[in-house]
Ligand binder design. Structure first.
Ligand code: PXL
Length: 280
């Protein structure tokens, strides 16, 4: 029996709204991955709801890390996402330095915005620090908005074809030192998925599915969580991206006919079994 891999997930807890830790934890667990959580903030809902509450947990993160160090904990992957303030970017860098096993992966989802717009809690300073954090990563999972921020380009004028996405991936890879999974890409109206630059092969491949209507909140987190789980379970990057793209697509297909508000995310719970550890 091989040991269950351990991932440290560093994201906020949004109490309601299906994103960040409320998707990462169930997804990693069902995939047969032990998920330790280091919450960055507690919000009543994610930031697309009006009047959300926000509790920054930076001090608690630092205390938790000191405690975990006394226990000698080490992780097979560090997986970060939505952060609460600029200081936390340094805290995540410190976490990667202190807690990753040799050859462990640092998966950084450089969460900053979507649809060309920054999330309301993200400042210029946080975005600059997030760009710096991506330099410590083995794999980054930006959407097109975040890619524009990382590259200092205009979202509206980013290329929207396969050759262009391949160029973006290469630019985001920092000269090929990190793998890039660029999400929310399409090669026409009917497809959606990711462009994948694998630093091991130096190639860009695509993980596309048919496009289901709807723009659900938190699907970036669902995608990156499945990707991370599949990677620590030994899948190649393109296979992991294909599994993640299919799961998001299947969840959206199940959700759309229900007519639930997009901000409540995808109805992923009944489909968790499809990515269960026994199927990987
Ligand atoms: O899905 C990314 C995300 C995570 N956490 C919070 C968010 C968002 C996107 O809006 O608001 C709190």
């Amino acid at each position: 029996m091989t040991a269950t891999p351990k991932v440290a997930a560093i994201h906020d807890i949004s109490g309601f709204g299906r994103c960040s830790l409320t998707v990462a934890l169930p997804i990693l667990s069902v995939m047969g991955v032990q998920c330790a959580v280091l919450p960055t903030a507690y919000l009543s809902t994610h930031t697309a709801f009006p009047d959300f509450t926000f509790l920054d947990l930076t001090e608690e993160m630092k205390k938790t890390m000191d405690h975990w160090q006394t226990l000698g904990l080490r992780f097979d992957a560090v997986y970060s996402g939505f952060l609460g303030c600029t200081e936390q970017i340094g805290v995540v860098e410190d976490f990667i330095r202190r807690f990753r096993k040799d050859n462990a992966l640092a998966v950084v989802d450089p969460v900053m915005g979507d649809n060309g717009v920054r999330y309301v809690t993200y400042t210029d300073e946080m975005c600059e620090a997030t760009c710096r954090l991506t330099e410590k990563a083995d794999v980054i999972t930006p959407n097109l908005t975040e890619a524009a921020f990382l590259l200092g380009e205009d979202y509206e004028t980013l290329p929207r074809d396969k050759a262009g996405y391949a160029e973006l991936c290469r630019a985001l890879s920092g000269g090929g030192v990190r793998s890039v999974v660029l999400t929310g890409v399409s090669d026409g109206a009917d497809t959606l998925g990711a462009a994948v630059f694998d630093r091991e092969t130096g190639q860009v491949e695509f993980a596309l599915t048919d496009r289901i209507p709807g723009e659900y909140h938190g699907t970036g987190d669902v995608f990156s969580s499945v990707l991370t789980g599949a990677l620590v379970r030994g899948r190649k990057l393109t296979e992991a991206a294909a599994l993640a793209a299919k799961f998001v697509r299947d969840c959206a297909e199940r959700t759309f006919p229900q007519g639930t508000p997009m901000r409540e995310g995808v109805d992923f719970e009944p489909l968790l079994y499809t990515i269960g550890a026994d199927r990987l």
